[in-house]
Design a binder for this molecule. Structure first.
Ligand code: SF4
Length: 326
């Protein structure tokens, strides 16, 4: 009796009900990431392989593996770079002592620090020169935070991660203070922390807007534009990518389930059960090819109707370092 047999096809085949796929724009590579990757590629052309790169050039395994295949060798510290070898510093920036040590060793070094991070470095120097103690809003341990805090003497800068941290700060009344922020933070969290800093220390000075970069804020705005309509939002990015993690948080704060994935093969078909509208975006270090890979994978599981929701157009391009333009 067929009626009593289990319906094997129904048990094993994924649901084929149509899925609305909303793809956020802007998403993926920003101008700083484009520039950093181009610096490594051009350095390999100019110097020949291998070219050393201190720290992952950008936080994306696919990108790093692609550059390894072209002749880049990734290391965590300068002392892992052999004498005479060219070295590139990652987009996140490095403490001041790193280029100083590279110069002292006579290494050819190239700085792929994003110009928007370098701008924060210069602000940090200026605030210390003006006699102010810096309260730096950022995430402990992130390479950008290590790099920015390493621009000024130890003791001249303190890290603030949360509003609760602000309440714990103690400075004598009238102490000259300035705040600066990491570039890849949550726009909403940072506004709260900066408001708490201003309330607690009315004398504090800071940039007109936080230093959160255009790419980070644009990607968060784009997620806000679609998350309310989505049952699930996928963010393509690495677990150590600050701006990608913030995109997950933005969606979750709007009550939308969100998952961070690095590649399409991490998608569990069960996640799509009951999902009518799926959102998709990518952090600033994730290439578009990985977005298309995810779209293809979702298309294998469900029939999809794909829509791109664009909140703004980005035209930012950063110049390459002079050494690569001659
Ligand atoms: S996310 Fe922002 S700060 Fe970081 S590399 Fe991109 S543009 Fe620069």
């Amino acid at each position: 009796m067929n009626a009593s047999l289990p319906d094997i096809a129904a048990e094993t085949a994924p649901s084929k009900s149509p899925l609305r796929l909303l793809i956020a724009a802007p998403r993926g590579f920003c101008a700083g990431v484009d520039r950093a990757i181009e610096i490594v590629e051009r350095a390999i052309e100019r110097y020949g392989a291998p070219v050393y790169v201190r720290h992952e050039i950008v936080h994306n395994r696919f990108v790093v593996d692609g550059l390894k295949a072209k002749g880049a060798i990734f290391v965590e510290e300068l002392d892992q770079v052999p004498d005479g070898a060219p070295v590139v510093f990652s987009a996140h920036g490095v403490p001041k002592v790193v280029p100083q040590d590279a110069t002292a060793r006579g290494l050819d070094w190239l700085d792929a620090t994003c110009p928007l991070v370098s701008k924060v470095h210069r602000q940090a120097e200026r605030q210390v020169e003006a006699g102010r103690h810096i309260l730096f809003v950022g995430h402990k341990g992130h390479p950008e935070v290590i790099g920015t805090m390493g621009q000024v003497p130890e003791g001249a800068i303190s890290l603030v991660e949360t509003v609760e941290d602000v309440a714990r700060l103690s400075f004598a009344e009238g102490t000259p203070l300035a705040f600066l922020t990491q570039t890849t933070l949550s726009v909403d969290d940072t506004a709260e922390i900066v408001a708490a800093l201003r309330a607690r220390f009315p004398q504090i000075v800071g940039p007109k807007a936080e230093d959160i970069c255009y790419a980070t804020s644009n990607r968060q705005e784009a997620v806000k534009a679609i998350a309310g309509e989505c049952d699930l939002l996928l963010v393509i990015g690495a677990p150590n990518s600050s701006n990608s993690l913030r995109l997950v948080e933005v969606a979750e704060r709007m009550g939308t389930r969100s998952r961070l994935i690095q590649r399409a093969n991490e998608i569990d078909p069960a996640w799509l059960e009951g999902v009518n509208t799926l959102g998709l975006t990518a952090g600033a270090s994730a290439p578009e090819v990985l977005v298309r890979e995810v779209v293809a994978k979702v298309g294998e599981l469900r029939s999809i109707s794909e829509e791109t929701v664009t909140t703004t157009e980005e035209k930012m391009v950063f110049k390459l370092p002079r050494q690569l333009l001659d």
